[in-house]
Design a protein around this ligand. Structure first.
Ligand SMILES: [Zn+2]
Length: 453
């Protein structure tokens, strides 16, 4: 059996791995590249393997950097089935059409502004293409072994990162070898997600390393958030939280309503301004058996949050000048409604901007948490006067210590670990750490490397 790295090497996006034997090809994850332009440009290159020749796809989770290329794959000839957990399927029904819609909007914008070298710029895929791709989906339960293509037995185990997220275990019968893909690994003590399930058997492990070079701060995120909100409201300001629509937005709503209920922050209106995050919150609450929050706690989120659906409501909210909390996507401030709020709120020192997770290099979020004095939004520079915080203790990714702990909990003797899904330095440090702790063979693969398993 062969394993080929088609993405997420030296970067945290574009997860794509190909496993093959003489007869079949199985793709694990089919993500889009995000972040700096050189990476995003890769989305437009022909897929490195002819989509017609791929028999099936298996997904670790719904985030766009793991699933977002699927509509293009189907558009370019993939005919097989896409397997994932039920939670991932539900979330992809929201995320993929939205990604298609954004692609179409970008193409229209490029046409209007004439900044494309094409006379009529085309989207990578459309919303319709996304619905077409969704027809190929089939969902399964965790721990239910299935055979997506002959000879490859696949099982999902919970990865604790977002609703539906999983580690993908692929057992190749003839070779009698098991490759496990970690996907994105959650926290040991997340506020809303249960910890990732330890891996019991693997010959090869493909492991993420988003925080391979960092530890999350030990400060209690509830206390940190309470302090920021209280201080900002006290001076009449607004707290804006750019958040990933799927996962962190739900966690933030829960925490904010909890500390408000406990009287640790004043009673303020809490807005969720992202149609996608609103849908993701509904899905999250419907699947309350799959995470730590009870139906009652989900009910509290629903009752106390002001959901901003229409564009007119979003514009109205942007004119607000009273203390409140606004959660809006995207999480790295690379697009979406949060940009309008940033333009309004950044130039005033009364306000606070709170980032709640990993900020990929090249994004506005990265510039802001690194102290940029101004940022470019919609073609203009906006001064940064508001307080900017990066609460990475709210991250949905385990740091290297948590990943090592998780690996230690399993009964693992892998022959080889391939470290991916990290910036170069993070992946290399993770490699060293796993190597030193377990004395396993650990490698950081390069793009398009192929190994024999
Ligand atoms: Zn993810």
């Amino acid at each position: 059996m062969k394993l080929r790295f088609l993405g997420a090497t030296g970067t945290v996006t574009g997860s794509r791995y190909l496993i093959s034997d003489d007869k079949h090809r199985l793709l694990v994850d089919c993500g889009m590249y995000q972040g700096v332009k050189t990476l995003r440009r890769r989305n437009w290159a022909a897929f490195p393997v002819d989509p017609h020749t791929i028999d099936a796809v298996v997904l670790t989770h719904a985030h766009i950097d793991h699933s977002g290329y699927l509509p293009a794959l189907v558009k370019n000839g993939f005919k097989g089935t896409i397997y994932c957990t039920k939670g991932t399927h539900e979330l992809c029904k929201v995320l993929l059409p939205d990604a298609g819609f954004l692609q179409e909007e970008d193409a229209k914008y490029a046409f209007r502004k004439k900044y494309s070298k094409h006379t009529k710029p085309e989207p990578l895929f459309t919303e319709k293409d996304a619905w077409e791709a969704l027809k190929h989906f089939q969902s399964l339960h965790y721990h239910e072994t299935f055979e997506p293509v002959k000879g490859f037995h696949v099982t999902f185990t919970p990865a604790g990162h977002i609703l539906g997220s999983s580690c993908v275990h692929v057992h190749h019968k003839a070779a009698d070898k098991t490759i496990v893909f970690s996907g994105d690994v959650g926290r040991q003590n997340d506020i809303i997600m249960r910890p990732p399930e330890p891996i019991q058997k693997a010959d090869v492990l493909v492991c993420e390393s988003t925080y391979g070079d960092r530890l999350h701060s030990e400060v209690d995120p509830e206390t940190e958030l309470a302090t920021i909100i209280k201080r900002t409201a006290g001076r009449g300001g607004i707290v804006l939280i750019p958040a990933f629509a799927v996962g962190r937005a739900q966690m933030l709503l829960y925490v904010i309503h909890k500390i408000m209920g406990e009287g640790r922050i004043p009673k303020l209106p809490v807005y969720l301004n992202s149609p996608m995050a609103i849908k993701a919150t509904e899905i999250f609450c419907r699947h309350h058996k799959e995470h730590k929050l009870t139906a009652e706690q989900c009910g509290t989120i629903d009752e106390n949050t002001k959901f901003v659906r229409k564009v007119e409501e979003s514009i109205e909210l942007d004119a607000a000048r009273y203390p409140c909390v606004i959660i809006s996507a995207s999480g790295m401030a690379s697009g979406g409604r949060v940009l309008h709020h940033l333009k309004t709120l950044l130039p005033n020192e009364r306000n606070s901007i709170v980032f709640a997770g990993f900020q990929a290099p090249g994004t506005r979020g990265d510039a802001l948490v690194n102290g940029a004095e101004s940022v470019k939004i919609h073609g203009e520079y906006w001064p940064v006067k508001a307080d900017v915080f990066n609460l990475d203790s709210l991250s949905a990714h385990g740091d290297y210590q948590e990943i090592l702990e998780w690996l230690e909990q399993g009964n693992l003797r892998p022959l080889t670990v391939y470290v991916t899904h990290g910036e170069l330095v993070a992946s290399d440090l993770m490699r060293r750490r796993i190597c030193e702790k377990f004395e396993w063979d650990v490698e950081v693969p390069e793009l398009f490397d192929e190994v024999e398993v």
